[in-house]
Design a protein around this ligand. Structure first.
Ligand code: MF3
Ligand code: CO
Length: 260
């Protein structure tokens, strides 16, 4: 396994790719509403990506047939957009988006509620987000990767949630998926040692019920085996000699993430 270390020039491009992706999320989130099909979400998302001069990196990736993954309720990830699938009040919708800017990838996911959602759903979304921040406290030069995985898992499991094991985060750069793999569940082996200049996509996928998932017949859509809700939160981050830099936060999110 070899983990690429990005040069100063590459880091600038990764920052730019991340900033654009944050904008794409911000713009697309605003358009979500009851009655909209997940196909429309994809069409709109692709237009927004292209308006920034970027390429949607998921399109045709291993044959994926759309630009954006739109996963609703018990769908964990890789939900294929469909004209038949209309969003309804109370749904939770995970938008997973990747863009390529001047040859560099960024990757980020958020879960949003449609209209009023249950308390249970809102807590799942917020705790999934927080599990990411628990994890990246350990995203520092010199630490081994397992500290991130273990912190995410310990936090999510403290609520009785299931941490998805069949899918993991990843290194990212000139390719969408680079080494290392970044599990969100407890690790026995310590994994790679983090170094400044690594760029990583950290993406907890958390189920309200058990961790088990299965694939639907389309060979893409991953769903919870027990039918429980699932949430996803992902950012592309940069390891530095100090605090990690989160490359895919919107302006509003960066203000929230800063300790006041
Ligand atoms: N964020 C997901 C990942 O990192 C998205 C990949 S979807 C695919 O694997 F369609 F591109 F495979
Ligand atoms: Co990813």
């Amino acid at each position: 396994m070899s983990v690429s270390i990005k040069s100063a020039r590459e880091i600038e491009l990764m920052r730019a790719a991340g900033k654009i992706l944050a904008k794409v999320h911000e713009n697309l989130q605003k358009e979500l509403r009851e009655g909209m099909s997940t196909y429309e979400v994809d069409r709109l998302g692709e237009e927004i990506i292209q308006s920034y001069g970027c390429i949607p990196s998921f399109k045709n990736y291993n044959g994926y047939p759309a630009s954006i993954c739109v996963s609703v309720n018990n769908e964990v990830v890789h939900g294929i957009p469909s004209k038949q699938h209309l969003l309804r009040e109370g749904d939770i919708v995970s938008l997973d988006i990747g863009v390529i800017y001047k040859g560099y990838h960024s990757d980020a996911a958020r879960t949003h509620g449609i209209g009023e959602i249950s308390k249970e759903a809102a807590l799942l979304i917020e705790r999934t987000r927080q599990s990411f921040f628990e994890g990246i406290q350990y995203a520092r030069e010199g630490n081994h990767l397992h500290k991130i995985s273990n912190a995410i898992a310990a936090y999510a499991e403290s609520f009785g949630y299931g941490v998805v094991r069949d899918l993991v985060g990843h290194g990212i750069g000139t390719r969408l998926h680079e080494d290392p793999q970044i599990p969100n569940f407890t690790q026995k082996s310590r994994g790679v040692r983090l170094r400044a200049g690594m760029t990583l996509a950290i993406e907890p996928m958390i189920n309200a019920g058990r961790f088990d998932v299965e694939w639907e017949n389309d060979n893409w859509t991953v769903v919870t085996q027990d039918g429980s809700l699932s949430a996803h939160y992902e950012n592309t981050i940069l390891i530095t000699s100090g605090e990690p830099e989160i490359l895919t936060l919107t302006e509003a999110e960066s203000n929230l993430a800063k300790p006041s």
